[in-house]
Design a protein around this ligand. Structure first.
Ligand SMILES: Cc1ncc(C[n+]2csc(CCOP(=O)(O)OP(=O)(O)O)c2C)c(N)n1
Ligand SMILES: [Mg+2]
Length: 281
């Protein structure tokens, strides 16, 4: 496999390892939705985005907003790996006075672009950032990740309408389509399908990919996929809890942290995967 793909698979596995360590140390937090997003977040921070951990407020940077803010362990793991703050900070997740709060806080954590967690709001904020970049003639791109349960929020559809009205082709959204929300299957609680047709009807360019396939993620995030005058939506099919066998597709793991014993089992699997990737790629 090409070196770049191998490197990103290793990064994503490293993020999953850090997610398990952080959540286990914190004793609370969101496992499933952090793990489902790891491959996409790895591609963004370690291949696609133009950003500078030494200068987080660089004017022309690309920005990433994690609208499904409860999955912040994956964001914190990526920011630490990229060098925004020391990795030791990860083990302070959810502690009093930590820079790593239970939901992202842009005033506390270097590299966090928006304080998200109230579902839907990060998407709207990203729309505002993209509009601001256009008005200021800035070259950067704005990326935002949503959950599928999050798409049940009305604000998502106001944002979808606004972004296409203002022709925000500098905005790329990624939907982490794992078909699970806090208390069950999205398709049973309040169906969002046909989500591709819905975003197309709202004027977006829509791509559907496997959200764990690095090649497909990079393909969809490439500037070549941008259609002038339209925002881009990437519907990424994912598995909630991806990478840890006993967490995969289990709704119980939405808002639960592993016990020390469970963390040990999870880390064993992930370190084996890391070794496998390093050996044969
Ligand atoms: C406005 C709002 N309502 C409710 C919640 C509580 N909540 C946190 S996560 C979640 C489910 C989100 O599901 P989804 O978007 O599918 O996330 P993922 O599966 O990626 O974890 C809910 C209801 C919230 N954070 N914000
Ligand atoms: Mg979901």
């Amino acid at each position: 496999m090409p070196d770049k793909i191998k490197e990103l698979k290793i990064k994503a596995t490293q993020l999953r390892i850090d997610i398990i360590k952080m959540l286990s140390a914190a004793g609370s937090g969101h496992s499933g939705g952090s793990l489902s997003a790891a491959d996409i977040v790895a591609c963004l921070y370690f291949s696609v985005m133009r950003h500078n951990p030494q200068n987080p407020r660089w004017e022309e940077r690309d920005r990433f907003v994690l609208s499904k803010g409860h999955a912040c362990p994956v964001l914190y793991a990526a920011l630490a790996e990229a060098g925004y703050f020391p990795k030791e900070e990860l083990l302070t997740l959810r502690k009093l006075n930590s820079i790593l709060q239970g939901h992202p806080d842009m005033n506390k954590t270097p590299g966090v672009e928006f304080s998200s967690g109230s579902l839907g709001q990060g998407f709207a904020a990203a729309f505002g950032m993209a509009l601001g970049y256009k008005l200021d003639n800035k070259p950067g791109r704005i990326f935002v990740m949503l959950g599928d349960g999050e798409c049940q929020e009305g604000i998502v559809w106001e944002t979808a309408m606004g972004a296409s009205h203002y022709k925000l082709d500098n905005l790329t959204a990624i939907l982490d389509y794992n078909n699970l929300q806090i208390d069950g299957k999205v398709s049973e609680i309040m169906e969002i399908a046909p989500i591709v047709d819905k975003f197309r009807a709202f004027g977006w360019t829509v791509y559907e990919i496997d959200g764990h396939n690095i090649e497909e993620i990079l393909w969809a995030l490439s500037t070549e996929r941008i259609v002038a005058g339209k925002p881009t939506m990437i519907i990424a099919r994912t598995v909630k809890g991806k990478g840890v066998s006993f967490m995969e597709n289990q709704v119980d793991w939405h808002g639960k942290a592993p016990t020390p014993q469970e963390a040990e089992l999870a880390l064993k699997e992930l370190y084996e995967e890391l070794e496998r990737l390093k050996e044969d790629g």
